[in-house]
Ligand binder design. Structure first.
Ligand SMILES: Cc1ncc(C[n+]2csc(CCOP(=O)(O)OP(=O)(O)O)c2C)c(N)n1
Ligand SMILES: [Mg+2]
Length: 324
């Protein structure tokens, strides 16, 4: 499969994963300083999932996301500076500072929105996939959901409808083992979320979500099915989050050294870099150059966000459906 990926593809994948990681690590630091308002859920650790999927999407393909959405946005091409400013609540943000971390949306890049409602994404993705089907565009929709969202009624309804209507839709379940503080082994009735797929008439696969190449390969198959009229698929990525559920979470429901162990042994970026340099002819210098480029981009994004103006009081009445 890796043969289908050019050196340029691999460098792009590394750049995206690294951008997500640096973005999240930096938001963690800045949030702790008190500069960021609202609630933030970080995606660090899960980068291979958004990246392996996102890099195979066309601009007009649509994604629906969840509360842990920064990685999905970056992988779909949302502007990083605009995202940072949005998280800071600034006028220059992707949604003019009115959405914040949990509601970043950018229809120009096909990012239909992060979503504070667990299980809110799947029905939206059905709508986007239906539009592609009716317009015969060859486009598709992807919804990223957690293990917690996999238990929601809205998700079950969307899975059923997706098969009934044979929609070009891929359900990507990012199973990071927890929904807030509840371990998925307590709350998900079956061993693997993918076991539910046959009950909804679609194929389901379990994928090691730490392995970019496995993610890429599984999604390539599901995307091909969707684009060629073969209907929906489910992919379960088994992966881990490197921060708490939200920034400020003391994580006392996790073994003390769990995150440290995961960062050392289950880091998708380290794993990708090792494979890229040993098997795909990419040099450590090429990766280091991308590291420097990404570091500069994130510095620039934070400086842009910090120096941007707040929305003005009169902006309260813009970007709304109803004007009072
Ligand atoms: C409908 C609904 N119920 C409950 C919540 C509170 N809540 C926010 S995130 C979350 C857990 C989601 O877990 P999961 O889907 O596994 O995503 P993860 O946070 O692990 O990425 C819950 C219960 C919510 N936002 N919406
Ligand atoms: Mg989860």
């Amino acid at each position: 499969m890796a043969a289908q990926l050019s050196v340029e593809d691999l460098l792009d994948a590394y750049r995206t994963m690294k951008t997500i990681r640096e973005f999240e690590d930096r938001v963690h630091v800045e949030f702790a300083k008190g500069g960021i308002p609202g609630f933030v859920h970080l995606y660090a650790g899960e980068e291979a999932s958004a990246t392996g999927v996102g890099m195979q999407l066309r601009e007009d393909d649509r994604i629906a996301s969840n509360h842990r959405g920064h990685g999905h946005c970056i992988a779909k091409g949302v502007d990083v500076k605009g995202m940072m400013a949005e998280i800071y609540g600034k006028k220059t943000g992707t949604c003019h500072g009115k959405g914040g971390s949990m509601h970043i949306a950018d229809l120009d890049t096909g990012m239909m929105g992060a979503n504070g409602i667990v299980g809110g994404g799947p029905p939206l993705a059905c709508g986007a996939a239906l539009a592609h089907k009716l317009k015969k565009t060859g486009g598709l929709a992807v919804v990223f959901c957690g293990d917690g969202a996999s238990n929601q009624g809205t998700t079950f309804e969307a899975m059923n409808l997706a098969t009934v209507w044979q929609l070009p839709l891929v359900f990507v379940f990012e199973n990071n083992g927890y929904a807030e503080a509840t371990a998925s082994r307590f709350s998900v009735a079956c061993k693997d979320i993918a076991e539910r797929a046959p009950g909804f008439g679609m194929p389901g696969r379990i994928v090691d979500g730490h392995d970019f190449f496995a993610v890429h390969e599984a999604f390539a198959e599901a995307a091909e099915r969707a684009r060629s009229g073969g209907g929906p698929s489910l992919i379960e990525h088994k992966l881990d989050r490197f921060f708490g559920h939200f920034e400020g979470d003391n994580q006392n429901y996790r073994p003390k050294d769990e995150v440290k162990r995961l960062r050392e042994n289950a880091c998708c970026i380290k794993r990708f870099a090792a494979a890229a340099t040993s098997e795909h002819g990419i040099s450590a210098d090429q990766l280091a150059a991308i590291d420097a480029e990404v570091g500069a981009l994130i510095d620039e994004a934070v400086a842009f966000a910090e120096s941007s103006p707040d929305p003005a009081p009169e902006d309260l009445m813009t970007d709304v459906y109803i004007k009072y």
